[in-house]
Ligand binder design. Structure first.
Ligand code: HAM
Length: 430
């Protein structure tokens, strides 16, 4: 075992896993761009106050799980546990024109108990849209995420939607809920026995059996919504229906962060274990800009865990995402100069190409070619060099490659003129 390992709850991503992550980010970036969301990149650490705002109900993510440290200048900083508060801090700082629609990809750090699908560093794809309270914006944001999942081929991602109300109706609900919980406090899980009074909403979020049992009979947020919140919710759900986005109401979806108002939503993968099946979620946070010192500005967004999405893809057997096999491996038996020139030429022509180094034997280079996953080996020996030719050998068929009658099968090979290389590869591979 090496002296150092990646810290508990973190993972090194490389090979197929990294290729899948790359593919997810690329697909997400494209969808975000089509909907006019621009990329935002903000620091991985912030003043701790950006996340710990000291108002409302504190979430575990912020009270218990945050990585907080002091820098050499004595500043209290925190590694970002999520993306939203940083984006809102950037909004308040720069005051861009609204609506400000942005997307991001970021690591997020939470000191959680590591397990499959739950890490201390995970990665999120997300969007935030600031400056409009229009329910159509809620619909746009939710539909963007639904379309992303659908585009990946996920069939078992269930959308759950709720409304958290606003400053005018939420306090009343909290009191009703607290009264209900007070009468049954003895039945709650050990943690919430101690904290229900301070944070009654968190009980609704608790994944432990005693709290789940108590929750079943709890008053529903839906019955406490004021007329404007009820109207907003009705317009959001009507919009989702109009776009054909399937959804289900979840009366107790309060989400694990403290800033939500009105719409909250979550996608659960029914192909994953219930404890870690949240593949993405978000909602409105119409008071957060003010909490961070900006002018009253509504906002909505979501974050989707890349690792969880990949687990869901795997569970639904969508394993080919990100698979982009190497196209050509150049085997050079003339000293390496040909491999240098041909890989350069192929890459300029838009083919992915690799080669061996260190002037290895034919056997060793072919082994390397095979291990690389390349579809075609382009072999140059002294004879090819003398006659300005190359030998192409098909190593394997790419998924989805033209494989019908007349297409060369794996193992077949052909000597062609060096000048015809790109055109022949085009016919073989594209
Ligand atoms: P969140 O639900 O805390 O929301 O996290 C978003 C997503 O990140 C989750 O749905 C899940 O897929 C993934 N995730 C969270 N924690 C972990 C973990 N420990 N390991 C692996 N994946 C994890 C937010 O962070 C909000 N900022 C979302 C939002 C954006 N709301 C409004 N705008």
């Amino acid at each position: 075992m090496s002296a150092f390992q990646a810290p508990a709850g973190t993972r090194d991503l490389y090979g197929v896993d990294a290729a899948r992550l790359e593919a997810l980010v690329a697909r997400f970036a494209r969808r975000a761009r089509l909907a006019a969301y621009g990329l935002v990149v903000s620091p991985m650490f912030e003043d701790v106050g950006v996340f710990r705002r000291g108002v409302g109900e504190a979430s575990e993510v912020v009270t218990k799980e945050m990585y907080v440290f002091e820098d050499k200048g004595g500043r209290q900083l925190a590694l970002r546990p999520e993306g939203t508060a940083s984006v809102v801090r950037a909004f308040v700082q720069h005051r861009p024109v609204v609506p400000w629609k942005v997307w991001y990809v970021t690591p997020a750090f939470r000191y959680e108990r590591p397990q499959a699908g739950r890490y201390r560093q995970h990665h999120q794809l997300g969007v935030e849209a600031l400056g409009s309270a229009d329910p159509d914006l809620d619909v746009e944001v939710i539909a963007l995420l639904a379309g992303f999942y659908e585009g990946l081929g996920l069939r078992r991602a269930e959308l759950r939607v709720n409304s958290m109300g606003d400053a005018s109706c939420m306090p009343a609900y909290r009191s009703v809920l607290a009264a209900y919980l007070g009468a049954r406090a003895g039945e709650l899980c050990a943690e919430h026995k101690a904290t229900w009074e301070r944070n009654p909403l968190r009980v609704l979020d608790c994944k432990r059996a005693p709290c789940i049992a108590v929750r079943a009979g709890a008053p529903r947020l839906a019955d406490s919504l004021c007329a404007p919140c009820a109207e907003h919710f009705a317009r959001v759900t009507a919009g989702l229906d109009a776009l054909g986005v399937g959804w289900r109401r979840d009366d107790f979806l309060v989400r694990g962060l403290d800033y939500y108002t009105r719409t909250t939503f979550e996608f659960a993968s029914l192909a994953l274990d219930a404890a870690q099946n949240g593949i993405g979620g978000g909602g409105r946070y119409d008071g957060l800009v003010e909490q961070l010192g900006g002018p009253a500005t509504p906002g909505i967004g979501f974050g989707s865990g890349i690792e969880r999405v990949l687990l869901a893809c795997e569970a639904e057997s969508l394993a080919t995402i990100g698979e982009q096999p190497l196209e050509v491996f150049v085997v050079d038996l003339t000293g390496g100069g040909e491999a240098r020139d041909i890989t350069g030429e192929l890459r300029r022509a838009g083919f992915s190409a690799d080669r061996a180094f260190d002037d290895r034997s034919l056997k060793s280079q072919l082994k390397h070619a095979d291990r690389s996953g390349a579809q075609v080996a382009c072999i140059v020996g002294p004879e090819e060099l003398a006659t300005a030719t190359v030998t192409l050998r098909r190593l394997r068929l790419a998924p989805g490659a033209p494989g019908g009658l007349g297409a060369p099968g794996a193992g077949s090979q052909e000597r062609i003129a060096r000048g015809a290389l790109a055109a022949t590869l085009d016919a073989w591979l594209r």
